[in-house]
Design a binder for this molecule. Structure first.
Ligand SMILES: *Cc1c(COP(=O)(O)O)cnc(C)c1O
Length: 859
């Protein structure tokens, strides 16, 4: 029998313990041990099973609640935890102290958020990163508002068939059973937003709010009665469905997200964002909606086409972060589909010209496909500031998108980088936190000091705790194995071996992540016999704990999982290698602390950053990784191991063979010997030295608080300054737009006509002064519109310049016909081949980079 309608009855908490509701209502509990302890006390086994205060309070027996209400000691601990939460929410923090003129609010858009296992709205790294970003922003007091979608089925739950094939199921998530509340109008009705759809009724969505510490996260949900069923399904699941489905999700996230922000501010009085941070192309339509607001909101009689002025305001206040260097990972739509949705009348944004929309996402550069609309390209055009997520990824992104700024070398493409980080209070094991608390440091206060302190604890103590953590992982893994095998059809009598699977004393290597092909889940199986020998080594065995979900449409990924599961099913090795189904935050929190080594072997350079290795490092794990993403930047020779990557080898099989062989060699010759080299007390001293060095050197860098501070200083604050600069006096944006148009129109006439040099001849000595005089044609442009630069550097064999530096030249003479002479020079301070050239670029204080307009005239 099925119910025709369902709803959730919320528990009534006796007055003395009403604070449980307050604690459960803010996701801060997921990084607050005091709150977790209180919930555990309510019902230990229920808590262990749910790890979810809302469900815990929904399921606990009323008699137990009455009992707790009479327990004065419990009530006192509860009140303390509640007071802790209130202080956390109200006290001034880093941002209030250090960034007094920073943006009043920042909107953070992401298609997924991974905050807690209890809110399964993520598929992998991007979501976890977004969750960690919000949590760290909260800890620092940065006034961020998250914007995302509430997927009715979240991502999927993974199980295995008998044959080891991934099975997906999509349990319905009931918003009433999740840690979110509906945004409501003053009259109590749910706040909704609407978006016009071509040829149909409006798409409607309600707005849920999750409280992530101090940060509100707005989640849009189309499963409302007012929507026809094909609209209600827009937020059915994460990354499912075809192109049009995805477009509707992205319209909802971008356009709907801005409208949700407006509703949230109107209802709660929250400040309007000054900066909009979009992650990946998916939320790019936020910029178009803001242009619509600006251009159709008030016709303030601008002399410029209002669209261009609005575009400047939107650009100045938008930060765009690209998260993937995998070309297939870039989000694109057929241009015809976009034309249909953005038809000037009857489309999503009436009043916004279709051709302008199409222009923003057009691949109108060499190698571009003119039939496609590219969300990343629109991201760069709608965001004045852009970044990748590690130093290497910044470099790869500049190469990948160089076509948008073809007049500039890769190094000048205006895409910077901020390396990702992880939220220590979420990811560091309780036991390690407690150890460090003993010597007066704590992850919540100053996580960098925490990392240093953990590095300073005597080896014996830390080693003892690591064994405990390994042991806990083993227990957890055995339970998961039994559950998985039971689902796969095994009888209990066949499962005795699972009690012996894995050992708390064997070198434990972890590998868990999504399963796209570039992450090479099965590289370790390249030489199965060799892997077997490593697993079964009589003196120095290793054990592998593996997990990961393949995208439901990725048959190749599912085949990799099956290959791995089949290998791990072999009775000879199944006690030393396990695949655990359904990788999620809950499993991850057991996995990182329990592993000694964290393995990562992507195909370089496709891992934009990677964060799981950072989480392992904070728990005293050592990384064994290809030099990709963050590891390329922070591996220092002593904080783990680098698997040499065969970058130049084109044959993928050959490359896999070489890299797998290097991986086996490292495990066999360096890692296992070091792990099993013990002193008289059984402590692996050289191993512990590496662990200490890892904590001290990497600990402070891998933190999400470091990352969020970098975003504030490098992107959010400059973006708000830029936006305020354009808003001042009301005409700045229009003037900038007019200036850009004038410079673009006049640029074909700009030329470096002739360059004279003095001071050095064919050969020069260090210390000589090179002075140049350049004659430049400016056409209709003014001297103040441009900068003329002397570019100098090392001249390579083909005269290409490297390590280029730029010196501005000063205008000296003006001539008839828009010509001018510029002079300046440089002192030669290094020996070797030297070269220089002269270049003209646009100049305006509102530009964030020399390359912004893509215009340059070279000698
Ligand atoms: C950290 C994390 C990821 C991301 O790991 P990568 O190494 O960046 O691929 C994915 N899923 C979960 C559950 C995580 O905790």
């Amino acid at each position: 029998m099925r119910a025709i309608r369902r709803f959730t009855v919320r528990p009534v908490l006796p007055e003395p313990i009403a604070a449980l509701g307050e604690l459960a209502g803010n996701l801060r509990w997921c990084w607050d041990p005091a709150a977790q302890d209180v919930f555990a006390e309510v019902d230990p086994s229920l808590w262990r099973r749910t790890q979810d205060p809302v469900r815990l309070l929904g399921e606990v027996a009323p008699a137990r609640l009455d009992e707790l209400a009479r327990d004065a000691a419990f009530v006192e601990r509860l009140d303390e935890a509640r007071d802790g939460l209130r202080r956390y929410l109200e006290d001034d923090r880093w941002y209030q102290r250090e960034v007094p003129d920073g943006p009043r609010a920042i909107a953070y858009f992401s298609p997924e958020f991974g905050i807690a296992a209890a809110l399964p709205q993520y598929s992998g790294g991007l979501g976890i990163l977004a969750g960690d970003h919000l949590k760290a922003a909260s800890d620092l007091g940065v006034p961020i508002v998250g914007v995302g979608l509430l997927y009715r089925h979240g991502y999927f739950t993974q199980t295995l068939s008998r044959e080891g094939w991934q099975q997906e199921s999509y349990p319905v998530l009931d918003p009433d059973e999740m840690p979110i509340t509906a945004l409501r109008e003053a009259d109590g009705s749910p706040a909704t937003i609407a978006i016009a759809m071509p040829g149909g009724p409006d798409l409607r969505a309600r707005v849920w709010v999750a409280r992530v510490g101090r940060v509100p996260l707005l989640l849009l949900d189309t499963d409302v009665d007012a929507n026809p069923s094909h609209y209600a399904d827009v937020t059915d699941r994460l990354y499912g469905g075809g192109s049009e489905h995805r477009l509707r999700q992205e319209l909802l996230l971008g356009v709907g997200g801005v409208r949700a922000l407006r509703a949230f501010s109107r209802i709660t009085g929250a400040r309007e964002p000054e900066v909009y941070h979009t992650n990946e192309g998916h939320a790019g339509f936020q910029g178009l909606e803001r242009i619509r607001e600006l251009t159709t909101g008030d016709g303030s009689g601008q002399t410029m086409p209002a669209f261009d002025a609005a575009l400047e305001l939107v650009r100045a206040s938008t930060v765009f972060t690209t998260h993937t260097p995998v070309p297939a990972g870039i989000d694109r739509f057929e241009r015809t589909l976009i034309s249909q949705y953005f038809a000037a009348d009857g489309g999503v944004l009436p009043g916004v010209p279709t051709d302008r929309v199409l222009g923003l996402g057009g691949e109108d550069y060499a190698d571009g496909d003119p039939s496609m609309f590219n969300m990343a390209v629109m991201g760069f055009r709608l965001g004045q500031r852009a970044n990748g997520v590690s130093r290497l990824h910044g470099h790869v992104s500049r190469e990948m998108f160089n076509g948008l700024w073809p007049a500039f070398d890769e190094g000048e493409v205006p895409i910077g980088s901020i390396t990702n980080g992880v939220h220590a209070p979420t990811w560091v094991a309780r036991e390690l936190r407690a150890l460090v608390a003993e010597i007066g440091a704590d992850v919540d206060g100053d996580p960098a000091a925490f990392a240093r302190a953990l590095g300073a604890v005597p080896f014996g103590r830390v080693w003892g705790i690591k064994r405990e953590l390994r042991s806990r992982l083993v227990t957890d893994a055995r339970a998961r194995l039994r559950e998985s095998w039971t689902r796969r059809g095994a009888a209990p009598a066949e499962l005795g071996w699972t009690d012996e699977a894995l050992s708390p004393d064997v070198l434990t290597i972890g590998f868990a992540r999504r399963v796209p092909s570039y992450k090479r889940l099965t590289l370790m199986l390249r030489d199965p016999e060799r892997l077997k020998r490593l697993l079964l080594d009589p003196e120095r065995p290793i054990q592998l704990v593996i997990a990961g979900k393949a995208h439901p449409a990725d048959e190749g990924g599912k085949r990799l999982i099956q290959d791995l599961v089949r290998f791990a099913d072999d009775p000879d090795v199944r006690h030393r290698i396990v695949f655990l189904p359904n990788y999620d935050i809950g499993m991850a929190q057991q996995l990182y602390p329990g592993c000694d080594v964290w393995l990562n072997n992507p195909l370089r350079p496709y891992e934009a950053c990677g964060t799981s290795g950072m989480k392992a490092a904070l728990n005293g794990g050592l990384n064994l990784s290809i030099l990709d993403g963050w590891w390329d930047e922070w591996f220092d020779g002593e904080n783990g191991w680098a698997i040499p990557s065969a970058d130049g080898v084109d044959d993928p099989d050959k490359r896999d063979d070489l890299e797998a062989a290097a991986l086996y060699d490292l495990v066999e010759r360096e890692i296992a010997p070091r792990f099993y080299d013990r002193d008289a007390d059984g402590v692996p001293v050289r191993w512990m030295e590496m662990m200490r060095h890892t904590l001290e050197s990497l600990g402070p860098k891998v933190l999400a608080t470091r990352m969020v501070r970098d975003y504030v200083a490098g992107l959010y604050a400059p973006a708000s300054v830029a936006a305020r600069g354009l808003e001042e006096g009301g005409s700045g944006a229009g003037e900038l737009a007019a200036w850009k148009r004038r410079v673009r129109d006049g640029w074909p006439a700009v030329r470096v006509e002739h360059v004279e040099s003095h001071g050095v001849g064919e050969a020069a000595e260090v210390g000589a002064e090179l002075s140049v005089r350049a004659y430049v044609a400016l056409g209709d442009l003014d001297v103040s519109d441009v900068e003329v630069q002397l570019l100098h550097g090392r001249a390579e064999g083909d005269d290409r310049l490297t390590s280029v530096q730029s010196v501005p030249l000063s205008p000296a003479d003006r001539f008839e016909g828009g010509r001018a002479a510029y002079v300046g020079g440089v002192r030669l301070d290094r020996a070797g081949p030297f070269g220089y050239t002269v270049r003209v670029v646009p100049r305006n204080p509102h530009l964030a980079s020399t390359a912004e307009l893509g215009l340059a005239a070279l000698a």
